[in-house]
Design a binder for this molecule. Sequence first.
Ligand SMILES: Cc1cc2nc3c(=O)[nH]c(=O)nc-3n(C[C@H](O)[C@H](O)[C@H](O)COP(=O)(O)OP(=O)(O)OC[C@H]3O[C@@H](n4cnc5c(N)ncnc54)[C@H](O)[C@@H]3O)c2cc1C
Length: 498
Amino acid sequence: MQNKYDILILGAGLGGLECALILSKKGFKVCVLEKNKHIGGTLQNFELHGCTFSSGMHYLGSLEDGQVLNKLFRFFGILDKLHLKKMDDKVFDRFNIGGEIIDYPMGWNNFREKMLSYFPHEKAAIDRYIQLINEVINSQAIYNLQEPGSYDIRENLFLKTGIYDAIQSITKNEDLQNVLCALNFVYAGDKHTSSLYTHALVNNYYISSAYRLIGGSSQVADLLAQNIRENGGDILTETEVKEFLFENDQMVGVKTSGGQKFWSDKIISNIHPTATLEKLEEGRIRKSFLNRISSIKNTISVFGLHLKLKPGSFPYLGYNYHYYKHKDVWAVSTYDEEKWPEFYYLYTPAQETKANMVDGVSLYAYMQFDEVSQWADLPMNDRGTEYETWKEQKAKKLIALASEQFPELNDNVVDWIAATPLTYRDYIGTPRGAMYGTLRDYKNPMASYIFPRTKIPNLYFTGQNINLHGMLGVSISALLTCGEIVDLHELIKEVNNG
Ligand SMILES: Cc1cc2nc3c(=O)[nH]c(=O)nc-3n(C[C@H](O)[C@H](O)[C@H](O)COP(=O)(O)OP(=O)(O)OC[C@H]3O[C@@H](n4cnc5c(N)ncnc54)[C@H](O)[C@@H]3O)c2cc1C
């Protein structure tokens, strides 16, 4: 039968590609169907006047020998081929919190020393914080590449604990509270919903070690794809999945927007869960499951601004820069539109050449989808002059704010390109352009966590909406998804054995 595979994978984002690689390594004939011209989802690069930017993956953590992403990348066969650049040991993330400069160094011992230098009278609180992070990490066997006792992480105590409350219980010192939570942009932190679990996994991921990818993040997707093809797998781009096909109540394949049919009785969806379930005809799935998945909220979106600068006008920074106008690091995710932006995240892409200077800079600031909803139904590349003018005003505001800390930006911007919540929605397929997919609410973990196995036999989810977002979260989710099809115990053993 034409287009018949052992396993179909819908979406060539990181999670889809990793599942395809794992399963093709195991001898399954896999096919990945991707709607875009390019694979990678938020791993995609783009060029502006010869400068390469990443659309959504700027730095990776835990890549030192023996650390978790190092082992995973080795297992995927991509570690030695990646062009990595280690960030600055002494400061990989710099925060300007209401005018106070705070640096996060790599390594927990260094982190402890640094925090003690800022807060010499808070030794007990700092030690308690580090101990707590350790407890969380150790409570999640899979993040230590050990077999999980249970897949049901919703029972994890730390998932049910808010990070805001946890830090409040550790110290009454508000400055220290803000410093310990300053990295919350990388998990779209919200004081009313974010869990200690998410905070701990993400902070540990980066504090353990932090790297950039020279030439952008698409190389991760390209290397995974190369290995999938070597294993006999197929990857088809510009192939948008529109609906699932059933025969006698059994899911048997999918149909694309071009009318092509692909057959398999096992399907992994890397597409956002709500968008996946929308492709099922009514009645195929229990209303209660559908309602639960559809009612899960998504994380906030973002305005990304990529600046092409005059050559040699901006220094390469070995760290990311997070600017908080005010001291409260939690306030920025619920920003006031009139005052926007009061926060930004700046990074310089790692380049092979001109190591000390760069000609590109990316800036990000939170943005609610509602700001762009008036243009939501207009065609992707033709949303009209009103939208273009609005984008330009936003870009100017963001550049003006960043120029206060980085005067090099003044007069050196040659051109820019902006990604809005509509861009993320349309390119990646995430509802409302959500930065990190579904929102995990510590107050409601039972309802806001999604499992790889769905209520449709042989339909599985993977990607950032399972468990955790980011390079590590998605890679762990790929293991868990594949662990529904092959022996997870064996898989984890293989990852550990390199
Ligand atoms: C601005 C930003 C910055 C980030 N920075 C970092 C960072 O520095 N470090 C880090 O670790 N993580 C970062 N992340 C998070 C990380 O990029 C994501 O968590 C991860 O890449 C998501 O992978 P995924 O497998 O869920 O796939 P996604 O990237 O969501 O890809 C899904 C794929 O499915 C495809 N698709 C959708 N619908 C269809 C359809 N109908 N048919 C076929 N294909 C379809 C899409 O086109 C896409 O290719 C960042 C994210 C953003 C948005």
